[in-house]
Design a protein around this ligand. Structure first.
Ligand SMILES: Cc1cc2nc3c(=O)[nH]c(=O)nc-3n(C[C@H](O)[C@H](O)[C@H](O)COP(=O)(O)OP(=O)(O)OC[C@H]3O[C@@H](n4cnc5c(N)ncnc54)[C@H](O)[C@@H]3O)c2cc1C
Length: 406
């Protein structure tokens, strides 16, 4: 049986960063995913934006590298956000993994996690009709829904449906004329009181033109429910599919810009913003957002956007426009249940209201890089980890305090 220093479960942006960082820190690494390749939600749910930058267009580490590679491959445009071509992004990520020497195993779903006391020993994946058991010293859960931790029997938090954010099926339309986002947002707001939008909880226009100006990606479908429940998951996906033609017809009727548009692509996977968080050694809370002092043992920085995509309307009651950076402490990426289990991306240890601040792609890459380094170095003391993160060009210093814009 093969033995790895580190197995990363989940190859979304956070798992990608964790595997790359662990390999660069000298570990023998396996990155696995149930999907057919790398990219997770960013690629398969078409969440084709890189946001959550702690500095303007800069996050340090692997996020900056990815951005640079995308720019070199003409796979990125700046439209307030960094908008990327998901196919180019996937190829760039694969190249970066291959160049670093990360082993990958796709079409491999984690079905079992074996442990002894506080130590995880192995993971079993189903690949087609074959079950394969893989051993490692340390594990990173980058599954987006903490399913690795759940299968291990680790403590997790499942938010109430009120806190769980809407789910969305992203889609692209083409043949859009003269797309001007600011003007459409304004007109959309004006129309809402009289021209009932087919998705009642979607009370703002969300869409961006892509690499080509006449192709617009729309973030306009929305449902609420528990994505960890398979029955609800399937029902939500079907409802979202049914919303798409209704939304397109509405846009065609209401906006001359969309009058001749048609559906170009529907995301193969439902976009889930939040499913679960791990119970970590140091759970992050809203206090961390407002506290001018950074926490101890910072391992990653996130852009600190809070709230949005609430289940009844866009703005959640706890929404807050806090500017600055949110610092992730070492304890937030360490499972409280197992000594050799780390978490990366949208499942790190936060209270549910804080999820927006850590779930954006750039933030997920930063926490992934930290988890990968920690796993490669055998969950070291903070100073050892910090040295490696700085060697990998990560940003760790929150040198300005957050200020609240009301
Ligand atoms: C509709 C929508 C719009 C968004 N818009 C933006 C935006 O504008 N800007 C931005 O920065 N971010 C945005 N995001 C957020 C961002 O895309 C995600 O939060 C981020 O990509 C999550 O990365 P991750 O690596 O943590 O998880 P994921 O990308 O979800 O990756 C988890 C991976 O684990 C795999 N996996 C799960 N269970 C198993 C298992 N049992 N066995 C094997 N593999 C498993 C999955 O297949 C998946 O590939 C959006 C998200 C959504 C849903």
């Amino acid at each position: 049986m093969k033995m790895y220093d580190c197995i990363v479960a989940g190859a979304g942006v956070s798992g990608f960063a964790a595997a790359l960082a662990a390999r660069r820190a000298g570990a023998k690494v396996l990155l696995l995913d149930k999907l057919s390749s790398v990219g997770g939600s960013a690629v398969y749910a078409l969440t084709a934006f890189l946001s959550g930058w702690p500095l303007p267009k800069r996050a340090g580490g692997i996020a900056d590298e990815l951005l640079q590679q995308l720019e070199e491959h003409h796979g990125l445009v700046w439209r307030g956000n960094a908008v990327f071509d998901e196919n180019i992004m996937q190829l760039v990520m694969l190249d970066m993994l291959r160049d670093a020497g990360v082993e990958t195993l796709f079409n491999a779903i984690v079905t079992q996690v074996e442990s002894c006391g506080r130590v995880i020993k192995s993971v079993t994946v189903q690949c087609g009709s074959e079950a394969i058991t893989l051993n490692a010293k340390n594990f990173v859960d980058a599954t987006g829904d903490a399913s690795f931790s759940v299968l291990a029997g680790a403590d997790v938090i499942t938010p109430d449906s009120e806190l769980s954010m809407t789910k969305t099926l992203m889609f692209k339309v083409h043949n859009v004329k003269n797309f001007d986002k600011a003007a459409i947002c304004r007109k959309f707001r004006e129309k809402l009181p009289t021209k009932k939008f087919p998705v009642a909880i979607q009370d703002r226009f969300m869409g961006t033109n892509m690499m080509r100006d006449d192709v617009v990606i729309l973030n306009l479908t929305a449902v609420a429910g528990d994505a960890a429940d398979p029955v609800q998951y399937n029902a939500m996906h079907e409802e979202l599919l049914r919303q798409i033609p209704e939304v397109v017809n509405w846009l065609k009727n209401e906006f001359e810009e969309f009058a001749d548009c048609s559906i170009a692509q529907i995301a193969p996977m439902m976009g889930v913003r939040y499913t679960r968080s791990i119970v970590s050694c140091r759970q992050m809370t809203m206090h961390d957002v407002y506290n001018p002092e950074p926490p101890e043992e910072v391992v990653a920085l996130c852009g600190s956007y809070i709230g949005g995509h609430y289940v009844k309307c866009f703005n959640s009651p706890w929404s807050s426009r806090v500017t600055g950076k949110l610092a992730v402490p070492y304890g937030a990426i360490r499972s409280r249940s197992f000594d050799n289990l780390l978490a990366a991306g949208r499942i790190i240890g936060v209270e549910p209201e804080l999820i927006s601040a850590v779930r954006l792609n750039v933030s997920c890459i930063a926490s992934g890089q930290a988890a990968g380094c920690a796993a490669a170095l055998d969950i070291p003391d903070y100073e050892v980890l910090r040295k490696e993160l700085l060697r990998q060009n990560c940003l760790l210093a929150r040198d300005d305090s957050p200020s609240t814009e009301k």
